[in-house]
Structures are given as structure tokens and as C-alpha cells.
Design a protein around this ligand. Sequence first.
Ligand code: FAD
Length: 300
Amino acid sequence: MFDIIVVGAGPAGLTAAIYGCRAGKSVLLIEKSGFGGQMTNSPKIENYPAFTSVSGTELADRMVEQVMAQGAEVEFAEANKISKTENGFLVETDNGSYFGDSVIIAVGAKHRRLGVPGEDALIGNGVSFCAVCDGAFFAGQEVCVIGGGNSALQEAIQLSENCSAVTVLQNLDRLTGEGKLIEAVLSSPKIKVIYGAAVTEFVGKGELSGVKYTVNGENLLLPVKGAFVAVGLIPEAGRFAEVIATDNYGCGIADEGCASSMEGIFIAGDCRTKTVRQVSTAIGDGACAALAACKYLENR
Ligand SMILES: Cc1cc2nc3c(=O)[nH]c(=O)nc-3n(C[C@H](O)[C@H](O)[C@H](O)COP(=O)(O)OP(=O)(O)OC[C@H]3O[C@@H](n4cnc5c(N)ncnc54)[C@H](O)[C@@H]3O)c2cc1C
């Protein structure tokens, strides 16, 4: 039996483990693939305080070192189910089951990919999922945004502040986001929308040089070095909807202190309902969730 079981070892989970251990609690960290989560896909992070520029892998390595030094136990397994027991919670994984007095869900989210050639190879080298993270790398240049919903429109507006031009490639014949965002996009002199545009390939060797797409069967190429894919987010918390309340997108609903609808379960990072998904906000959540879990354990 552990005091705290943390599911997911991205920045939120790693921070939760550090805070839990430092509060003298026994902590088990369960991770299904590799330490560090999404940030390990980023070769350059330039908005994390104290580092002018750092690779996501290096940042993750430093966090992991700190977690290990604090004495957290680690299990590499995929958590499939969390259920309430008489005294706490049972976390079932593909490699055994673990009991915890409390659980912190920090399983993050995945950006939906287009699944076209060149996408995987060029992520972090021109293909991005986050204007806040990577927009500054393309200041003064032309970029494109793929998608037409709220996230895509927000990305386009944000990019238009520093980029010379933004082309929105939308596969439908209309934009599907909120009216105000659509208005802002359509009235911006820097943003152009191409409707009925189906992206077929990201082109480039080592770095992006263009985006191939079709409109009405015609093959076209947009020569950009930055392409922002904004076609949806897949939060990983949805699979635990039996024990925690989730929103329509599958994000776990939590209060400011990261407490979920189930007493004793806390939700931290990108997998919870929130508007800003960054390393710094995930870390803030990890700290809040662990401290809230400690308080819960002490008052029970
Ligand atoms: C390409 C890219 C570049 C980015 N660049 C920046 C940047 O420059 N600056 C910035 O601030 N942010 C950046 N971000 C965003 C940032 O990485 C995320 O906001 C942050 O990683 C969220 O942390 P998290 O711990 O909540 O989730 P994640 O990082 O998603 O970590 C969740 C972890 O949980 C694990 N997991 C999931 N399900 C299970 C399960 N069932 N059982 C066990 N383990 C599970 C996953 O394998 C993963 O390791 C970037 C993201 C991407 C994809």
C-alpha cells in the first residue's frame, strides 16, 4: 500500500512525485512509456523559466533525477483502471495491481495527428502542435495552421501577431469555431483561409520546407517552414471516467487544488479541464495535487 500513487510521469506527475516524497509520503509513479511525457518531443523549449533554451529531453532528465533522489518507486506499466476500495484505491495495470491511499492522475493528453507522410519525422522540426510553445521560432515568417475549430483559430490569431502571414488550411467549406474567433480570423489582414484543403504530406529533409494539400482534386504546395496542426486533443483521463467526473472532451474535472469529484483522487496537468497546457502549468498542477493529497491523507 502506497500513500500516493501517481499515474503518468510527464512534468505534472514527476512534480507530484517530488512534492509527495518531500512530504514524507511513500510514492509509486506508474508510467506507460518513457519519463517526461510530451515535452520529450520538443527539441527546444524556450519558455520554461531559468532556461533560456533547453531540450525537452534534458528538462525531463533533470526532473527524473530529482524524483529518483527523493526515493519515489517507479513501475513501467499502463494503468487501465482505478477503483475505490474500502480503505483507498486499487490501480490496475497491464503488469499488476497496486493499492494506494490516494491517487494523482497525471496522464496528459495527445494532440490528434493527421497521419500523413512526413508528419512524425518533422514534429519538432517545423511541424508543431502548439503556437505558444513554438510560434516564436517563426517570427517574421509565413506559417500555416491546419484545422478550422476553436484551437486552430486561436493558434492562427496568436501566430499572426509575430509571423508575416498565416494560412489556415481547413478541410471543410466553413470554419467551425466560435463566432468571435471566426470574425477575428476573417478580418485579419495577415490571415488567409483556404477551404476544402486536405493536407496530404509534410515535405522536408530534417526540417519542414512545405505542406502538400489538395483542393477539389488539384495538388498544391504551400512553401512554409512552420505548420501548426490543430485538429483536436485526446485527453487520456477519459478511461478513468468510472471513478472521476470528466467533461465532454474526456478531461478530468478538478478544482483549483486539483481535487477530482472523488475524494482522494486528484488530477494534474494536461489531462484536466483547463485552458493553458504548458510545462509550467503542468508543474504547478503537480505541486498542488501532491500537497492536496498530503492534506487529504493527514485529515482522513
Ligand atoms: C511537440 C511538443 C512541444 C511542446 N513544447 C512546449 C514548450 O516549448 N513549452 C511548454 O511549456 N510546453 C510545451 N509543450 C506542452 C507540454 O509538453 C505539455 O503541456 C506537458 O508535457 C503536459 O504535462 P503532463 O504531465 O500534464 O502530461 P504529459 O506530458 O502528456 O505526460 C503524461 C504522461 O502520462 C503517461 N501516461 C498516459 N496514460 C497513461 C496510463 N494509462 N498509464 C501510465 N502512464 C500513462 C504518458 O506516457 C506520459 O508520459 C509541448 C508539447 C508538444 C507535444
